[in-house]
Design a protein around this ligand. Sequence first.
Ligand SMILES: Cc1cc2nc3c(=O)[nH]c(=O)nc-3n(C[C@H](O)[C@H](O)[C@H](O)COP(=O)(O)OP(=O)(O)OC[C@H]3O[C@@H](n4cnc5c(N)ncnc54)[C@H](O)[C@@H]3O)c2cc1C
Length: 432
Amino acid sequence: MTIKERNHWLDTVAEPATGPTGALPDKVDVAIVGGGFCGLSAARMLAQRGARVALLEAESLGWGASSRNGGMVLTGMKLPVPTLLKRYGRETVQRMYAASLESIDLVERIVKEEGIDCDFSRCGRLEVACKQSHFDHFSNAAVRIKNEFNHELRIVPKGELKGEIGSPIYFGGLVDESSASVNPARYVNGLAKAAQRHGAGLFDHTRVTNVSSQPNGASGNFRIETNRGSLTAKEVLLASGAYTTNATPSLHKKVIPIGSYIIATEILPDALAAELSPRNRMIYDSKHFLYYFRLTPDNRMLFGGRAAFFPESESTVRESAELLRTGMIEVYPQLRDTKVEYVWGGTLDFAMDVMPHSGKIDGMHFAVGFAGHGVGAATWMGAKLANVICGDPDDNPFSRIPFPAAPLGLRSGHTWALPLAGAYYNLLDWLT
Ligand SMILES: Cc1cc2nc3c(=O)[nH]c(=O)nc-3n(C[C@H](O)[C@H](O)[C@H](O)COP(=O)(O)OP(=O)(O)OC[C@H]3O[C@@H](n4cnc5c(N)ncnc54)[C@H](O)[C@@H]3O)c2cc1C
């Protein structure tokens, strides 16, 4: 099987947002590095509040993880609740969980207010148990989440799973009705156009190569060098996610870039699509090395996973297509003869402690570490940071927790330890 690398979502964007081709402004209030959900959400909010903004994006707007993801807008965080409570205490974790619920509301509100045509739907999500022990754990998790956060999840025993998923291999499920789905490339494109309408300057194909602080600088506190010239800014916001480079070395040291890959099939007949996912949920399984899958609005099965841990390249994308197709057929034998038409990859931004982080680094604002929850969380964090820059108090629970650096072997550009991490998680899936 040889499938050409192509991102299905990008094929659905009719008019990609672009920036002006002329010179950069000499000085702005806020320079933002990175044009994904986080940077664009911040740019929109800052412009709405009257700030002069220049967003600098090395590639096209939305080029990074924001146009490549599964489009699952999810509640909660990556780590299990008991781990979170032990680490950060009840009050902080309650505020974190509330933020995750708020983030979905925010995406919904932006989509409505800005009239973004991106198939946002509160379809809910389904986590499926790969082992009986995982299913047994679901009940405890649901009770804990109800008690701690007053948020309702529903257990689906194996006997009732057919109403949720047309696969025989799982031991039960856990449904969250608050989670949602979106076409991420259309959403990020709409977000860019909205930010432009509010007056933000979005400069694509503008790679930041250096940022230096200028204490008491006449026209701004920071000087930002790019391949298109330089500018000064009173504040800088780093929203460069997994694609963070050495232009901002302190943040670069903290980000662990991990590859994730997706295939999408040909368009399925309605009856088959309804059999595979009767309620059109966002679905993922209970493994560490998990699969996540969903139907696209035009009825393709989109099936993703961390098939290779390395960030995307021609070879990891090719290998991933094979691995993911095999995985998809294990879950859905009905798709044995279905053609896979798309494969693409993207890079997730992990922090060593698997948490999102925000705050200040070298005097610059930043938000990073969204891992597989960035659709909602990066949108929320961008808006939150914009408000802090405009003078609102910083009540963000993610800006108060310690942010550990990544060990050398896991940092961007030094990813020799990633196969070891992959092997470790495979072993965990086998043992637990
Ligand atoms: C395959 C895949 C599937 C995923 N699935 C989901 C999902 O279903 N649900 C979910 O919630 N999350 C998912 N995620 C995660 C989510 O996509 C990310 O967390 C989110 O997009 C991060 O947004 P961001 O704005 O922080 O970063 P990005 O969208 O990655 O944007 C960062 C941008 O910064 C730019 N940049 C970097 N350095 C510079 C520089 N020096 N100068 C200028 N520009 C620079 C990059 O070019 C890039 O465009 C997935 C991610 C991947 C890769």
